[in-house]
Design a protein around this ligand. Structure first.
Ligand SMILES: COC(=O)c1ccnc(N)c1
Length: 248
């Protein structure tokens, strides 16, 4: 997978050089290109923002540098191909495990994290005439810039790419509920010592009964999800019900 990121803070994306994503890049599974938006400014102050038409607080990112930057990304990428442009914004589509799976299936992603009050709308509209555009939100809160959302999304997507997670890890998320939801089920985990500050590891985990252990883990994971995310459980139940209806 090729990933391009256009940002005024390339150093913010340094974490893409370490750990899982860093290793995937070193192995050639990920080809990441960072671009400093200011490279496409033309004035002495390398200006990327201006006051919003219609008034209001803050500044808006100017269209010219973004237009030129996205032109350059398209030109530098694989001949005849276009990326999916991912634009992090609080008003975007919820970035879920499902959307991560969807984006992980694409050969080329370009991320356009904005700072300030956002990017001039015409940049997104013009881009949408040339490539798929997905506006994504990583949760119901506002950030100062979209760069940290790019880090979140790249990590969630990279771990889904074939061969990026070691074998042991990838089977860790084996399905409870088939599909993307399986990744969201996380039961309690334990390691040595068997007793720590008077707390024992659940007996079942020492039993060697792999079937019973798997069942116990699913029950524990489901209980935690039910306690913390009743909305997810309700959705799974609806999906299971409609699936049964379709198959009936
Ligand atoms: C500037 O970007 C944001 O504030 C942002 C981006 C993606 N998801 C969010 N929840 C916020």
């Amino acid at each position: 997978m090729r990933i391009d990121v256009v940002t005024i803070f390339p150093e913010y994306l340094e974490p893409l050089n370490v750990s899982l994503v860093g290793k995937a890049r070193a192995r050639g599974q990920l080809d990441v290109h960072l671009h400093d938006l200011r490279s496409w400014t033309t004035d002495i102050h390398r200006t990327v923002d201006d006051t919003p038409y219609g008034g209001g607080p803050g500044m808006v990112m100017k269209p010219e540098p973004w237009g030129a930057a996205l032109d350059a990304v398209l030109d530098a990428g694989p001949e005849g191909e276009v990326p999916t442009l991912v634009v992090p914004t609080p008003s975007g589509r919820s970035f879920t495990q499902e959307l991560a799976q969807e984006l992980a299936a694409r050969p080329w992603l370009a991320f356009a994290p904005a700072r300030y009050e956002g990017i001039d709308r015409r940049v997104i509209e013009e881009a949408a005439t040339r490539m798929p555009v997905v506006e994504t939100s990583i949760g119901d809160y506002v950030l100062a810039g979209g760069e940290v959302a790019v880090l979140v999304m790249v990590e969630a997507i990279a771990r889904l790419l074939p061969g990026v997670l070691g074998n042991a890890e990838s089977h860790r998320d084996d399905s409870f509920a088939p599909g993307a939801m399986a990744d969201l089920l996380e039961g309690p985990v334990y390691t040595k010592p068997a007793e720590w500050r008077g707390r024992e590891v659940p007996e079942i985990l020492l039993s060697g009964h792999h079937g019973k252990i798997a069942q116990w883990r699913r029950e524990q994971a489901f209980a935690r999800t039910l306690a913390n995310r009743p909305d997810l459980v309700a959705r799974w139940q609806r999906e299971a019900f409609t699936k049964k209806e379709r198959e009936a």
